[in-house]
Ligand binder design. Sequence first.
Ligand code: CP
Length: 336
Amino acid sequence: MKFEGNNILSVSQFDRESIAKILQISAQMAPYASRQKRCHVLNGAILSNLFFEPSTRTRVSFGTAFNLLGGFVRETVGQENSSLSKGESLFDTAQVISGYSDVIAMRHPQMHSVEQFAQGSTVPVINGGDGANEHPTQALLDLFTIQSEMMHFNKGLDNLNIVLMGDLKHGRTVHSLSKLLSLYNNVKVTMVSPTALQMPDSVISSLSDAGHEVIITDTMAGNLSADVIYQTRIQQERFASKDEADLYRGHFSLNKDVYQKYCQENTVIMHPLPRDSRPEANELDIDLNDLDNLAIFRQAQNGVLVRMALFALTLGVENQLTQYEKPVNWYTNKNV
Ligand code: CP
């Protein structure tokens, strides 16, 4: 796959080779993200960060990643603060914003809206999440996280046994991750959800058509013994009402008791975050916070590395990083 000048809209764009390239460049970003060195390879470049739906990690880590490579970030947050609220089309918005920027990251609540927007853009567009459809950069950082966590157990991305749990119907992160996992060998995926919130058929097919074992269940007991358990939140914003979302909240809470009963001793716990910590939901209990295998905050940090790599690749500077290195001359205790 050619990255330079191209959009990142869907995980369907990637093959194993292009993913390996992204993960390799992501690892090269670690010294910059941990402030051992800095890199100003994108000095003067401008990122437009357009977030038309709430976000903490994706928005801030896109901005941080661009800043860490020396670039400037311009933000638009919320449809109500943009001229989309006056009836401007995504195409017109893209024509205008791409004239102001070198690259655009965008999140929008409608499925396929980022692809529509990209048709009007003259610069690369990166999908930061389009409704219940996809979240490709999250899937890449999830894969990077799985790879680095599995290294501790001398395992890789092949022969992986993974549980996906929660709202699998609306959770775009698990849709994108499943499609990426289908590219690896001998993957077993157990999908634990309420029947009404099962994974879409098209996503299940992407795994089963590639010859992988897929188990679909609405029961935690006996089904959580895996290398990785990937928990998700009930995506209230995708339901017709809060009352409907309430029907499913709290059914698949993972806490220390459940972990000790049903998971392997070393099962790695992931979650794209945010976790819903309200008592009625509590899908990932804080009593797991002291577990070494709780990877959720390492996972969020990895988002910076992967987004730095995607900027370097789409703007064609991935081979120039070391030429633009400088020392860090301020106090820092950061560590990757
Ligand atoms: N994981 C994720 O997309 O988080 P945010 O919604 O906070 O960006």
